[in-house]
Design a protein around this ligand. Sequence first.
Ligand SMILES: C[S@@+](CC[C@H](N)C(=O)[O-])C[C@H]1O[C@@H](n2cnc3c(N)ncnc32)[C@H](O)[C@@H]1O
Length: 243
Amino acid sequence: MKKLNTKDLDAPLVPFLYILIGIIAIASAFTFHQQYNGYIWILIYGLLMIGMGAIFINTSINGKQKIWNHIIAKQKINPNSEVLDLGTGHGLVLLKFANHLSDDGHATGIDLWRNSDQSNNNIQNTQQIIKQNHLEHIVNIETANMIKLPFESNKYDYVVSGLAFHNIKPASARTNALKEATRVLSDNGTLIIVDTGHHKKEYLKELTNLGMAIIETKTYGISGWWTGPWMPTYSIIAKKNHV
Ligand SMILES: C[S@@+](CC[C@H](N)C(=O)[O-])C[C@H]1O[C@@H](n2cnc3c(N)ncnc32)[C@H](O)[C@@H]1O
């Protein structure tokens, strides 16, 4: 049986296109360098495109792991917690939290399993990864949409989400998803959103409108860049009815 793991490419088409365009540019520069004096700029462009593709791949495979390790290390996770991971994909965040739970805790992951957002994305693969990590007794996954969660209100001690909110369009649907995340969170429960795209202010405004207390926001360096500093990863940690 193929050994699967949580490290799979996010938005796989993006780095593929950057690297493909880079290779074409470099090949063109070498082909036309005798006829065209400006070939050096095409060569530099090609190298930059490949570099941006490589930064994207590094963030997807290694960088986001480091970011979650950093966030989780600062949380004092009660081993009996109920955790919900929104847009779980291959279960990266789900399993990182589940590793801190006892047999009395539980972690649920939900997803629509979209291959454009993560490669090899399907419920069977993630189920297999959970089994390979021997966590099936405290972890389950379901197919559900973040904008309408099939769970009761005030249920989860942690609602967490990695790089999934920006995939929801339009803004009104993202607002619904934030409302749902907040609804299912228990009093004094913690919401942790890690995301990219340019919605940080929007999330902070909506969460404040929903009465959430913003505990921390942070923007990460090169390990969170999706091609470059213009597309960084950021985190928001907020609490419900925080006392
Ligand atoms: C970039 S992947 C990230 C997966 C995982 N959280 C991680 O950090 O590795 C985004 C995930 O969000 C899921 N997703 C996108 N929109 C969703 C929605 N409306 N409801 C549930 N899942 C969604 C995609 O299918 C995909 O698995």
